[in-house]
Structure formats: C-alpha cells, structure tokens
Design a protein around this ligand. Structure first.
Ligand code: SF4
Ligand code: SF4
Ligand code: SF4
Length: 197
C-alpha cells in the first residue's frame, strides 16, 4: 500500500511514520487562533517571498488561504508536527519532520479548505516533488548518499558519471513529496515544491 489510498507507483513507500519521525520532538508552533484581520495584516506584511507548500490535499493556494481561519486544528492534529503557521499561512515545514499522508489535517479541518473528495477517493495530495540544487555535496564531488537512504519511495537514484562520486537525481514519478530527504541533507540542498514553482 502506498502513502495514500490511490498511490500506485512501484515504490517502497511506507505509510507509517518512521522511527526517526516518531521520536521527533514537538516543535514550537502557534496554537492560538489569531483574529482574521490580524492574520491578514500579517500575511501582507510578512508573506514569504519563496515557494510555500501548503498541506496535502489543500485547495489551490488562494482558495486555501481564503477558507483557512488559522484555527490551528490541523497543526495540532498532525502527528509528525510538520505543519506550522508562518506569515499567516498554514504550511509544511520539513526542517525536522516529514509528511506521512495520514490525512489527519484534512479530516479535522472544519472549513472548506481541503479537497476532501480527492483524499477520500485516493487522489494525489499534491504535485510537489523534491528538487536538489547545486549545493549538493555529491554534485560538488564529496561522497554523500543521505537523501537516498532516507527515501522510502526509492525516488532518489545515484548516477555514475565522469565526476569523482555518483550524484543524486530525483525520479519525479516516484517522489511523493513526503520530505523525508530534506532534513537529512547536510547541505540543505533539497526543497520540496511544485514542479513548475
Ligand atoms: S497528512 Fe498527516 S503527516 Fe501530513 S501534514 Fe497532514 S496531518 Fe501531518
Ligand atoms: S520527498 Fe524525498 S524522501 Fe520523499 S519521496 Fe521524494 S525524494 Fe523520496
Ligand atoms: S543528502 Fe544532500 S548533499 Fe547528500 S547527496 Fe543528497 S542532496 Fe546531495
């Protein structure tokens, strides 16, 4: 079985949380619901310039942000603590955890912020995939395969080439966007984002 009901790729994805994730400490997230006008001001003042990954099965960014009241129920319900409220947006932060696609965030949300039908029918939670940038140690000639070890979906393959060490490539057809590779990368070279973002 894959990380969500409709996942069919031939991969070694494990829907259960890894031992690593289970031991992860709770992260400091804001649990109180901020008033809507204050939230909107914060969004305008502090919206991040880079790509923001909203929760799995969330609606398109604008629709999600409109429907979400920042009640933090999803943040509290997430067993891996991979969700946080930052710059007024509920978003995924892979710095210390990964998404197991358990669906708890979707199930608990009282607002029309998620594509509940897609989750129920086993639809993909998003199109986000991992990307490895030029700061990757292996691409700079230093031996490293931490991301490959962390990827339970088998989406990271190391390519032997003319350089001193094999370098990693992400197979976007296998990558679930779970983020397990992100925090193990010693070079912070991996980001999970939409393919076109
Ligand atoms: S699907 Fe589960 S692990 Fe992923 S963000 Fe939602 S609650 Fe957290
Ligand atoms: S996000 Fe990283 S660990 Fe998860 S499936 Fe994709 S490449 Fe593998
Ligand atoms: S863990 Fe990071 S530095 Fe190491 S091979 Fe993977 S992307 Fe490169």
């Amino acid at each position: 079985m894959g990380p969500w009901p409709g996942w069919t790729a031939d991969a070694r994805a494990n829907p259960t949380m890894s031992a690593r994730s289970q031991g992860r400490a709770n992260r400091g997230v804001r649990r109180d619901a901020a008033p809507q006008d204050a939230v909107r001001r914060a969004m305008l003042a502090g919206a991040p310039a880079g790509f923001v990954l909203r929760p799995p099965w969330s609606l398109a960014a604008d629709a999600f942000d409109r429907a979400c009241t920042r009640c933090a129920k999803c943040i509290d319900a997430c067993p891996t603590h991979v969700l946080k409220l930052a710059a007024g947006i509920v978003q995924v932060d892979y710095a210390e955890a990964e998404c197991t696609f358990c669906g708890a965030c979707v199930d608990i949300c009282p607002e029309p912020a998620f594509d509940v039908a897609a989750r129920a029918s086993g639809g993909k939670p998003w199109h986000a995939v991992a990307r490895i940038d030029a700061s990757c140690l292996a691409r700079l000639g230093v031996e490293c395969d931490s991301c490959g070890d962390a990827c339970e979906a088998g989406a990271i393959r190391f390519r032997v080439h003319a350089g001193p060490v094999p370098d990693p490539r992400v197979d976007s057809t296998r990558c679930t966007g779970c983020g397990a590779c992100v925090r193990v990368c010693p070079a912070t070279a991996i980001e999970v984002r939409a393919p076109t973002a």
